[in-house]
Design a protein around this ligand. Structure first.
Ligand SMILES: Cc1ncc(COP(=O)(O)O)c(C=O)c1O
Length: 401
């Protein structure tokens, strides 16, 4: 894989060749082809879909629905199973607010974990409060991983929903989700997977996983902001009530009754995120052209090297040394992560510091937050040199006080 050639696809790197961008878990940068796809829609079409009875609107509709086809192939599912949303948070909330509120009752159980992003866990906390269902947590193992063994301990015949992350945004661990899904199905539970940190980095085949729902955001996989996907099995989407009403989702509206379109349109109220969907489809094609094996290999290679260098520095606490993706969560002894972040910034190294919208796990780690460096396929060894230099500088600077 020619990293310099790849970096040349990204305007941010052309403008700032020295930038060490290590915050792709928060948001991935955008390549030219995605920007062009969005731009083309606004420049050449710029009209609404589904409703217009003229050529430009037909063309916009074709582009929008073609995006759905591309994404359904990317995930290996049917066209109708791809619901466009504003992002992973909206998708995860949609499942909870629709499926959860409609079908859960007192005595039912929902399994989640302390590794969840707030957007995966909080909607179910809310649903459980409202329905009287019980929220249960898989106990994490010594490394703070979700294991099949511990999952089995909380799974019962009352389990109705399992809401788990595929890849943790703080620890980067991969959940053994396929085995968990199989076990959950054996007791008749459905599984909603937070794929926000998985889909950008590995081939995710929803048929192979057999998950019931999978949520992700476009912006973490080189796509535009404001667009995401909810994959849902067709028979589940069909029986779920809509949570937003009006606009494009209506079928027949009368004074005393109303009906809704079939999925996915039942869940896409109002003017859709047309440019976002087109840009996201282009991003999926772009990632496929890079190849997921190349993506994960590059991330792992860089991460290993960075860990090796970090371990040579005194006072570095690494929380996820054994992680199998491109994320390092660490702290510098006695230094607030936000203080350290300012030194990284001065060195043109973009990292994230804080609780990463996952307070359950940061609390479990016994810290108020961590410094998170996350690698993607466009990072290179020079980024690690800059990163390590910044770590040493932060230590030297704040170590004096
Ligand atoms: C694991 C995980 N789930 C959900 C989300 C929410 O994504 P968004 O903010 O795009 O809705 C994120 C974002 O960081 C995430 O990392």
């Amino acid at each position: 894989m020619d990293i310099n050639k790849i970096r040349n696809d990204f305007p941010v790197f052309r403008n700032e060749p020295g930038l060490a961008y290590l915050d792709s878990a928060a948001m991935a940068l955008k390549p030219d082809c995605v920007i062009k796809a969005v731009d083309d829609y606004y420049n050449k079409l710029g009209v609404n879909v589904h409703r217009g009875v003229y050529r430009l609107s037909y063309e916009a509709t074709d582009k929008y629905e073609e995006a759905r086809t591309i994404i359904s192939k990317f995930l290996n599912c049917d066209f109708e199973e791809v619901v466009f949303t504003r992002g992973a948070s909206a998708s995860l909330n949609l499942v909870a607010s629709s499926y959860g509120l409609a079908f859960l009752k007192p005595g039912d159980e929902v399994i989640t974990s302390e590794l969840e992003h707030h957007s995966s866990h909080m909607p179910w906390f809310n649903v459980c409060e409202k329905t009287g269902a019980k929220l249960k947590y898989v106990e994490l193992d010594k490394e703070n991983r979700i294991t099949v063994e511990n999952f089995k301990k909380v799974l019962t015949k009352n389990t109705k929903v399992v809401a788990l992350t595929y890849v943790s945004n703080v620890m980067g661990y991969i959940t053994p989700i396929k085995e968990i899904i199989k076990l959950a199905h054996e007791v008749g539970a459905i599984v909603t997977v937070d794929g926000a940190q998985a889909v950008p980095h590995m081939k995710v085949d929803v048929k192979d996983l057999d998950c019931d729902f999978l949520s992700f955001s476009g912006h973490k996989l080189c796509g535009p902001t404001g667009i995401g996907v909810l994959y849902g099995k067709k028979h589940l989407l069909e029986k779920m009530p809509p949570i937003e009403f009006g606009g494009d989702m209506a079928d027949t509206v009368l004074l005393d009754s109303q009906t809704y379109k079939a999925p996915p349109y039942k869940f896409e109220t109002g003017t859709p995120i047309i440019a976002g969907a087109i840009g996201l489809a282009q991003a999926c094609k772009y990632l496929e052209s890079i190849g997921f094996e190349n993506i994960i290999n590059q991330e792992k290679k860089l991460r290993l090297k960075a860990i090796e260098e970090l371990k040579k520095i005194d006072g570095v606490i690494i929380y996820n040394e054994s992680c199998e993706t491109g994320v390092i969560s660490f702290n510098l002894e006695g230094i607030h992560p936000h203080d350290a972040a300012s030194v990284f910034d001065n060195n043109d190294v973009c990292i994230r510091a804080g609780h990463h919208c996952a307070q359950l796990i940061t609390k479990k780690l016994g810290t108020i937050g961590t410094i998170r460096a996350s690698f993607y396929f466009y990072n290179r060894e020079e980024d690690i040199d800059k990163f390590i230099k910044a770590v040493k500088e932060a230590k030297d600077f704040f170590g004096q006080f």
